[in-house]
Every structure is written in C-alpha cells, then in structure tokens.
Design a protein around this ligand. Structure first.
Ligand SMILES: [Zn+2]
Length: 250
C-alpha cells in the first residue's frame, strides 16, 4: 500500500519532470516490479509442452513465443518473408535458420523480457546462434526448462491424440473431445495423425534425443538447465514449474 502510494506520487507529472524518468523507472523496478525471467522450453513431442507454456503464460503473464506460430503468422500476413517460406513450409520442410533468426529478432526486440521461447533452438548450433542474438539485443536468458518423459509415456500420450480432419483441432488424453471420434467445434471426424502412430513416434523420439542431447548438455554447463519430470500428472508438473520460476525470477 505504502509503495503503491509512493509510486503514484513519483509518477505524477510534477515529479516526473522534477526527477526525470530514470528515477521513476528505478522506483518501479524495486518497489512495484514483479520480477522478470526469460526462458527457453525444451522437450520432445508429446510431453505436453504446449499446455505447460500456456500455463506459464496465464499464471505468470509471460509471452509465449513459438517460432512455429511466428512463421505461420508471416505466411498468413503475406509478408516478404512469408511469401518466401510458404512453399518450404507447405512441403513440410524446415525453414532456414537465418530466416527463423530474423523473425525471432523482430519479436524479441519488442518483447525483451518475460518470455517463453518454444521451438527454437532445436540443436546445439541454433543454441549458439540464439546466444549471439540475445547478446546483440542485450537480453538475458535465466532458465532453460526441459520437460523429460519416458518413451512409453510419450507413445501412449501421442497415440491417444486425435486431430479433426476439417478444422485441425487436436484432442488428447488431457483434453478429449466430448464424443469419441467427433470434433466439438465443427462436428467433423477426428483421426490419429500418421506422425502420432507408435512406430513413427519412436523414430521421432530417437531423432530428438540425438539432436537435442548436446543442446541440453550445453545449457547444463552454463547452469541454466532445469529438468522437470514430464511423467507426473499435469497438476504436479504445474506446481513444480511454478516453484522453479518463482525461485529464479530476478
Ligand atoms: Zn473440427
């Protein structure tokens, strides 16, 4: 209460002119600020990463930066970059690192703090590129959260997923459709995606481990890596994530 009053006083036009904006910002930082934290989210497909990112977004008010969404956004807005990457994305191929970095740079220079980066980096080389970008922008990285699940848990979770053939909405173990095999939103059929079939999932996981393990070791050596047990029920994962972030907020 006292600090709120203090903040109001110092934010008044008179004090703003009198002391200058820097002092006002300093007061806000010490007394009113709720701390900040920038984080990268790592984890294989099927660990509920999207759900966890959404939880952090709602609970802490952070900005979820998904490189996949950013790329799709460029395509939808028909920007120069969007036009260039559309055919690549339609073929299901990966967009070149330099392009992803350019889009990410644009986004990060606007957001600057309290973000959850998801989808980039995916390998050690990209991790090093991200370091350079953050350094260039003067942005810090506080935590790399890795969601770790057993292969059988992931296979079980992904093979329970269904996608609507029409609107593309995805249903899973945590959020099933009300009627089995029918989309809640548009009433079309929901099916198992080819990508989510057990044999394909096992291949995807093998590839993920091979590529991401060095990245995870890299962040561990920098003291940034925190692992969360993705085998736990979602509510337990949420409370673990909550305590990690509360401890690490600056
Ligand atoms: Zn649908």
């Amino acid at each position: 209460m006292f600090f709120a009053q203090l903040h109001n006083r110092f934010s008044s036009p008179f004090f703003a002119t009198f002391f200058g904006n820097s002092i006002i910002i300093a007061f806000q930082f010490f007394f009113i600020g709720e701390g900040y934290l920038n984080l990268v989210l790592l984890g294989p497909p099927g660990t509920g990463k999207g759900t966890i990112a959404k939880f952090i977004e709602e609970r802490f008010g952070y900005t979820h930066i998904s490189t996949g969404d950013l790329l799709r956004g460029e395509v939808a807005k028909k920007t120069e970059i969007g036009k260039a990457i559309e055919p690549v994305m339609n073929e299901g191929k990966l967009v070149r690192d330099v392009i992803v970095l350019e889009i990410l740079k644009k986004k990060l220079s606007k957001v600057r703090k309290n973000f959850i980066l998801d989808g980039f980096p995916r390998n050690l080389n990209q991790g090093k590129m991200l370091d350079l970008l953050l350094e260039q922008l003067g942005i810090g990285l506080e935590v790399v959260l890795e969601i770790d699940s057993d292969e059988n848990v992931i296979v079980k979770r992904l093979s329970a997923r269904r996608q609507c053939v029409k609107c593309r909405r995805i249903y899973g173990l945590d959020v099933p459709s009300k009627k089995i095999g029918v989309c809640d939103d548009c009433g079309a059929k929901t099916v198992l995606r080819k990508d989510d079939a057990p044999e394909v999932v096992k291949k995807r996981l093998g590839l993920y481990n091979e590529i991401t393990k060095p990245l995870s070791d890299y962040y561990a050596s920098k003291g940034l890596l925190v692992k969360v047990d993705g085998n736990l029920p979602l509510q337990n994962i949420f409370s673990e994530v909550e305590s990690i972030l509360a401890q690490r907020e600056k």
